[in-house]
Design a protein around this ligand. Sequence first.
Ligand code: SF4
Length: 307
Amino acid sequence: MALKLSDYKTDVHNDWCPGCGDFGILNAIQMALADMQVQPYRATIFSGIGCSGKTPHYIKTYGIHTLHGRVLPFAQGAKLANPDLEVIAVGGDGDGLGIGAGHFVSAGRRNVDMVYIIFNNAVYGLTKGQASPTLKLGMKTKSLPQPNVNNSVNPIALALVAGFTFLARGYSYDVRHLKDLIRKAITHKGLAFIDVLQPCPTYNDINTKEWFQGLDNIDPETHKAMPRMYKLEETGYDGVVHDPSEIMQKMAQVVEKSNEWGDKIPIGVFYQNEHVPTYQERIAARIPDYMENAPAIQQIADSDGRT
Ligand code: SF4
């Protein structure tokens, strides 16, 4: 029987703030799993610590709420133990790019075949809105006594040089587009990263939903708001590495595009390179029976009568 969107929802009370961008990301993950008819027992959502850390509580698959900054080691370990599992790791920008930055870079070097989604709102929402690594230099959100004194990290560019092989950016209020990005990330062979821009209406009073919609950015001729988001795929941009000889040229365009910010912010797939061996493939090259012996959890599930 076909699985419905409701089959991926739990009845756990959701205590995110009203208007939080987390809701759109949660819906997009559930929609992608339903679209792809992923059996709930074949998927596991891992999270770090932060508001987004509650995501596994709301998705009816296996779920592991891990430690601050440590979601990637847990998720990679699960995928290596059971290559048949769909593994999606989630976390905030502070969790993944602050305390978790070392794991972020190390994960890129491995290229384990899984998905990592960062809920990027530029603040530490769960602890009252301190500046996260993605808050731009000089920005003063309402929790800060002084403007941010640090430069911001560009998550897409950092993931690129670390070795992630699929890079995308979504927007939490464009749920269908984000769902399509998550589907592409799941089907990608290798480590996929999606940087999702999401308003935190409680603590980030600058990058609000209205700001992303361009309500402060009025076209002088039409007198209409000019949304800041535009879709790369509608511009003819092609981030896919069709041949390894293109890699340097594609990397250069990712750096250029991912640094666009302000009045125009690109979303979509920045880069996809399936010419890099995954970590599983590297292991299999050394341990010939790895792929046969690793899916121990799958064998347990199969023997449990579930198909
Ligand atoms: Fe969302 Fe911000 Fe509230 Fe956290 S503090 S639930 S990120 S709106």
